[in-house]
Design a protein around this ligand. Structure first.
Ligand SMILES: Nc1ncnc2c1ncn2[C@@H]1O[C@H](COP(=O)(O)OP(=O)(O)O)[C@@H](O)[C@H]1O
Ligand SMILES: O=C(OP(=O)(O)O)[C@H](O)COP(=O)(O)O
Length: 403
């Protein structure tokens, strides 16, 4: 993989450099609640701008449905990037249309532009190679060189991640180089006991990852939204909790395999439940109660691991040599459901393990809940991406940067 240092060894002044970043930051309306992913791409953007390149930054934000949707605009992220750079950042109100073309044409050497959300275009995420390729052609027209630095999205076979680098000279940015360097340590020579804690809301993606992790980790602690598919597979009532019905058989097989192979697959013994999903804006009390995992009432949903589970998970982390954690244990954005996530974060800090926290929301949770991000071994900007890397999978966005 050629890195940006090789690009910077050549004259780049006046060249249009497309930086595929991951600016998928958590938003409260148009307010960014954690700007970690924007800060993470600064070294790459700064180095290119200082070398006189005309920098075109592109990213997805959220999961819009292939058409413009103002709720997912990158405008707040572009404004924040400008503040962090201490420079004017131009913003194109489309991704490859008139606004983008004019904005890029108007760039002077060393200037930075952000184009609107890549996922406002159906071609970005299409499963059809030709449709993705056609969108990649439009993106390629905006630039002379490609720098991949959106680590959080390298597991996606999307036009800007996979197809575009094939059309331009391509390099890995500083963030991708750093992330891969740290994660490689967890695959090459992992120190044991190796504990993986999984939570979050992208249940379908993350349940699939457990298949491979069962052969690698010594303990897997299950929290967040995916816990309820396991509890359901054990025959328990899960009320209105997140549930991946189509993966119940797979999860049952994971439980059996863990038992046979001696991997500890640890499930919550209790849950914090409420009658409805809480209001994250007002943070009004949510009528939350703790119940045993095998006694969840029908009309309630599980929104955090309970206090006994938090203690149990902390004890499973205490003697670890390596911990990888992806996905909040509960809906940490509301104070009634943040305790499980706090307990796991604290357990990582209390252990002597090499600790890696991965994921946009997990990294944000650590900072929003007041932990010192520098106290962890590594905070990865990618959750799904780091999990799939640890599985040993070929990631489309990394493969595309190879020569
Ligand atoms: N039990 C639960 N039910 C619904 N959502 C949950 C639950 N537990 C955690 N979450 C949500 O998961 C989200 C983060 O999920 P995800 O995107 O998978 O994590 P990451 O970005 O760290 O990979 C958070 O916004 C949190 O509110
Ligand atoms: O937030 C992200 O991933 P993560 O939640 O696994 O950290 C990335 O921006 C990828 O987003 P996606 O899962 O909608 O493709």
């Amino acid at each position: 993989m050629k890195t940006i240092d090789e690009l910077l060894a050549e004259p780049v002044a006046g060249r249009r450099v497309f930086v595929r970043a991951d600016l998928n930051v958590p938003l409260d309306g148009t307010t960014i609640t954690d700007d970690g992913r924007i800060r993470a791409v600064l070294p790459t953007v700064k180095a290119l701008a200082e070398a006189g390149a005309r920098v075109v930054v592109a990213s997805h934000l959220g999961r819009p449905k292939g058409a413009p949707d103002p709720a997912f605009s990158l405008a707040p992220a572009a404004a924040r990037l400008g503040e962090l750079l201490g420079a004017d950042v131009a913003f194109a109100t489309d991704t490859v249309g008139e606004s983008a073309t004019a904005t890029v044409a108007g760039l002077t050497d060393g200037q930075v532009a952000v184009v609107e959300n890549l996922r406002f275009n159906a071609g970005e995420t299409s499963k059809d190679d030709a449709e993705r390729g056609a969108f990649a052609d439009q993106l390629a027209a905006l630039a002379d060189v490609y720098v991949g630095d959106g680590f959080g999205a390298v597991h996606r076979k999307h036009a800007s991640v996979f197809d575009l680098p094939a059309r331009l000279p391509h390099y890995a940015g500083y963030l991708i180089a750093t992330e891969v360097g740290v994660l490689r340590k967890l695959t090459d020579d992992v120190q044991r006991p190796y504990v993986v804690a999984l939570g979050g809301a992208k249940v379908s993606d993350k349940l699939a990852v457990i298949d491979q992790l069962l052969g690698k980790a010594d303990r897997i602690l299950i929290g967040g939204g995916m816990a309820y598919t396991f509890l359901k597979a054990k025959g328990y009532e899960v009320g209105g909790s997140l549930l991946q019905e189509d993966q119940l058989d797979a999860v049952t097989e994971y439980l059996e395999r863990a038992e046979k192979t001696g991997v500890e697959l640890v499930l919550p013994v209790d849950a914090v439940v409420a009658p409805a999903f809480p209001d994250l804006k007002s943070k009004a009390p949510a009528d939350a109660t703790s119940v045993a995992a095998d006694a969840m009432p029908t009309g309630q949903m599980g929104l955090d691991i309970g206090p006994q589970s938090a203690t149990l998970y902390a004890s499973k982390i205490a003697d670890a040599a390596t911990v990888f954690w992806n996905g909040p244990m509960g809906v940490f954005e509301h104070p009634d459901f943040a305790e499980g996530t706090k307990a796991v974060a604290q357990a990582l800090l209390d252990s002597e393990a090499f600790t890696v926290v991965g994921g946009g929301d997990s990294a944000a949770a650590v900072r929003i809940l007041g932990f010192d991000e520098n106290a962890f071994g590594h905070i990865s900007t990618g959750g799904g991406a780091s999990l799939e890397y640890l599985e040993g999978k070929t990631l489309p966005g990394l493969a595309a940067l190879e020569d």
